[in-house]
Design a protein around this ligand. Sequence first.
Ligand code: ATP
Ligand code: MG
Length: 722
Amino acid sequence: DGGKRPDYLAGLNPEQTEAVETLEGPVLVLAGAGTGKTRVLTTRIAHILNTGRAFPSQILAVTFTNKAAREMKERIALLVGGAVEGMPWLGTFHSIGVKLLRRHGELVGLRSDFTILDTDDVVRLIKQIIQAEGLDDKRWPAKQFAGMIDTWKNKGLGPADIPEGDARAFANGRGRDLYFAYQNRLTTLNACDFGDLLMHPIAIFRKNPDLLKEYHGRFRYILVDEYQDTNTAQYMWLRLLAQRPKGEPQNVCCVGDDDQSIYGWRGAEVDNILRFEKDFPGAKVIKLERNYRSTEHILGAAAHLIAHNEGRLGKTLFTDRSDPDDVKVQVHASWDSEEEARAIGEEIEQLQRGKHLLNDMAILVRASFQMREFEDRFVTLGLNYRVIGGPRFYERLEIRDAMAYFRLVAQASDDLAFERIINTPKRGLGDTTVRALHDYARARDIPMLAAAVDIIETDELKPKARKALFDVIQSFRRWQELLENTPHTELAEQILEESGYTDMWKNDKSAEAPGRLENLKELIRSMESFESMRGFLEHVSLVMDAETNENLDAVSIMTLHSAKGLEFDTVFLPGWEEGLFPHQRSLDESGRAGLEEERRLAYVGITRAKHRCHIWFVSNRRIHGLWQSTLPSRFLDELPETHVEVAAMEQSYGGYGRGGYGQSRFDKAEPFANSYSTPGWKRAQANKTDATRDNWGTRSGHAVERIGYGESGPKGRTIEGE
Ligand code: ATP
Ligand code: MG
């Protein structure tokens, strides 16, 4: 390079500098949260460009989300001072896959204008195939098979890789044939699904060595962020592009953190980290140990928690960021989720009065149904918020469907609601019927529900549709009669049950179905604070109207899963209760491994915070329509006393009197207070006694940790794990 060192290198620590400057040969940066892994990647790209080692188009850089890709592009532009002439190969595995397929799709039988099917399209297509094969699609649900195909594709398995007659492979071993039929159908339709965006490029490169060679020549540098969450197919894809014949440059740099692997349920293989050194012999492994993001309290709490996991590579983390004003991680208790939202709302308003930006605050939830309470509260308070990584609560599919039922019961002329649910769940009232009803209603200028009542007296519809329509009308009549004198939450539950809507999701085998059922329960729960169905419907239309302007200062609300890689000044982590976090489903489905993945999720959550981290738990939640007292999450017991403070109970309980609860609130909170202040600590302390040295690179042994002062002097704090 010679001459003056560019500015962007000036602030880096020696290990980061090494990771940026080791441009030749494979590099693996394996380091804890907030140590600058993403910053290293960004700076590395800037350095490559700045030193003229490659053009932007010769760099392949993979991020976990599209948002992260956009941010990285902006950062690079800042570092190299001036616009980067595009970075065409910066994106997620999927978006890069699309790009490759648009160019070379013909090699797997796709024209360049192929379409990408969404989940609904896929399920519809699979259903047709199942039926065409003469199988009963009730016994062998299309959704379930769609899930299987997705799992196979994440593992890089095509139809030919499924053993013939594998009895586990759906419909008594016909999975393989159906999978073949599905792929053929996609080709005929000139379409592909999400998994194909990974699978097709793999096939293309395998079958066309010359083309692969061309891409080896093109991509002089390859970089991957969040490497711990790559799945097998992504890894195969990466290896094809990055592994070069002997003597050719192999400039690949992956950065990741095994403690932040949180997509195992979606096929991510943390073992890809271990394979890296095998597949790329001579790889330089660089550890970053200094955390630049969080205070020592936040870091100490997170490190102590994650030390309870067994399957870890282990790492050292310390921070110099300690200040006398630093606050410990705060644990708060609330009576129920409504009070939790209220208390967090107050905390936010207080920070706001202290001149903190809403943009610097985030609420990270375990399950998306939890968002509803916050959205409602913030609308009431007039606080701006944005939901990241998914629709807002009342905009979700299942909520819109359910609301359409309620609206139609309350307001029989709501044609939009009518059209939305008349055939949801499916009851044989398809497009033809709806069109007939539409025409009938238009001609007479009456609402569609009224048209339905009339039309069944005529012979305009086929007998089957007529019967189905008759049943629906009867149901609506009944619900309308109940509207005035049945408690509205009860009626709402009844509507969802009797209409078959709840069952529709219960019978649905897709990964999203359980979450949708949770959301429906949350919807019913949210009605409780209103006097009537009409009052509730009015409220929702107001909430829906509260547009969040992207440029406004706003609190972010998102799931822990979508918070990966992000950072905020203040982080709120509500709902730390057994069953919700760790989530019961993870424990049931994956046992110990599931628990460890939940714990990593907790680690991701805490380490998003720079200055303030507030954890909340409630003592009561409505589960399956019943109020149940809940136990504080075991993760609370796993936090270290030195870095955590239990916020005064009285404070979080005071002021919200709703009469009658008074004393019992404290009773509820007591078990926590006990386990938290004594046995919990003892357990945590016991872990510390068999502290051993940092043992990088091995996976064996129980996770232990040592807290003490590190080399950086009395201010620094080293937290080690094995
Ligand atoms: P995660 O594991 O959460 O993805 P990460 O390892 O990718 O974290 P970054 O997001 O790159 O960490 O960095 C965390 C924060 O520390 C960022 O705000 C970044 O700008 C800052 N940072 C990183 N390195 C340095 C440095 N050498 N000097 C000052 N700030 C730094
Ligand atoms: Mg990062």
